[in-house]
Design a binder for this molecule. Structure first.
Ligand code: EPU
Length: 337
């Protein structure tokens, strides 16, 4: 159990914010978590950090950061049709997807190249291009930071929903997820439910499309729309797509005939936040060293040195514009710390 002091977190958040952790411990095993628990260290203010691809640090973290570096993956079970993979929470998501695609196991290909680690994936039920983590999720193992015990959560207990789970609500900051069990298929079903993906394969015979083709296409689409955090600092979608009631939707539709929407269950509608933001004139706009991405208005980017507060200011200005124009209160997808 080594605790480092005044540790710079810049390499561990994709916005590259130069905040310090007053204390930091690198976690490579469950045993290390247990040692910290026994030593009373886990009663401090805690922050679990993996890749830091969905976080905005607004200042130094005056507590103990647990840096997740628990690696490893193994086949837990296998039958004629499925492979159950047990993946440690510190595994890098894009490498995991690549590994499954290379093995011909279907399920993760639509989620290619989402920056982040396995442990963060269930917390916000990561999703893209017509798929979500919950589609392949079986269960997870988590370390209860309040009592030092290991607990298993099945799918139902995780309460997955659009970009959320019980680990973002009731159990926020209570558990350190240590591993996740996912179920992949040996006879992949190609998922082209995301329209631009279907369009990309429209000239191909669907029977011939492989998960490797899908994975490559998803990577291409991502590359064309989303900034690579290695080149331009960002944390992906800064906002969630809002879900509105039918009455509100009809009112908006009268005023904005071209408003894009997806009808959901319970007579609600999901509206692309990017569209709302773009209508407010923010797309491609730069304020000092931060801005709204020119190709995807959901993404806030940091061009040069900027503080977390400058990014937060811009996000709040965007939020206010959308509220003033459409009466819709955007929610941050990124965790502001
Ligand atoms: N749109 C605009 N302006 C833009 C971008 C998009 O008006 O600048 C409108 C268009 O009408 C477009 C629609 O928004 O058809 C949807 O755009 P897109 O397909 O790019 O998806 P999104 O809803 O903006 C979500 C996820 C992304 C994910 C994509 C693809 C959220 C918050 N974001 O974005 O996730 O890659 O779908 O599945 O749900 C992330 O989580 O970091 C992320 C990038």
């Amino acid at each position: 159990m080594i605790i480092k002091e005044d540790f710079c977190l810049a390499p561990f958040n994709t916005f590259g914010i130069e905040a310090l952790a007053y204390e930091l411990s690198i976690i490579t095993s469950i045993n290390e978590l247990k040692e910290l628990y026994v030593a009373g260290e886990l009663s401090k203010k805690l922050l679990i950090l993996s890749k830091g691809s969905n976080i905005l640090l607004t200042g130094h973290f005056k507590g103990l950061v647990l840096l997740n570096q628990i690696w490893g993956k193994e086949i837990a079970k296998e039958d004629d049709n499925h492979v159950y993979l047990n993946v440690s929470s510190g595994e890098f998501w894009p490498s995991l997807v690549e590994y499954t695609v290379d093995n011909g196991w279907g399920g993760l290909e639509n989620l290619t190249d989402i920056p982040g680690k396995m442990g963060a994936a269930p917390i916000q039920n990561i999703g893209a291009y017509g798929a979500e983590l919950r589609d392949v999720f079986v269960s997870l193992e988590a370390f209860d930071l309040t009592n030092g015990k290991l607990v298993t959560f099945n799918k139902e207990e995780c309460e997955f929903d659009y970009r959320t789970s019980i680990f973002k609500s009731k159990f926020k900051n209570r558990y350190f997820i240590t591993s996740v069990l996912i179920k992949l298929t040996k006879s992949p079903i190609i998922n082209l439910s995301y329209k631009p993906l279907a369009d990309a394969f429209k000239d191909r015979n669907i029977e011939e499309v492989t998960i490797s083709d899908v994975s490559k296409k998803v990577a291409e689409i991502r590359e064309s729309k989303l900034p690579n955090p290695d080149k331009l600092k960002n944390a992906g979608s800064f906002f969630k797509n809002p879900i509105i009631e039918m009455d509100k939707y009809h009112d908006l539709k009268l005023e904005y005939d071209n408003i894009p929407s997806y009808a959901l269950k319970n007579s609600t509608y999901k509206i692309p936040a990017a569209w709302l933001i773009e209508q407010c004139g923010w797309k491609g706009k730069r304020v000092g060293n931060v801005g709204v991405h020119e190709k995807q208005a959901l993404v806030i980017v940091k061009y040069d040195t900027a503080t977390g507060f400058q990014i937060l200011d811009l996000a709040n200005s965007v939020k206010k514009s959308v509220f003033d124009k459409f009466g819709i209160d955007l929610e941050f997808e990124v965790n502001v710390v």
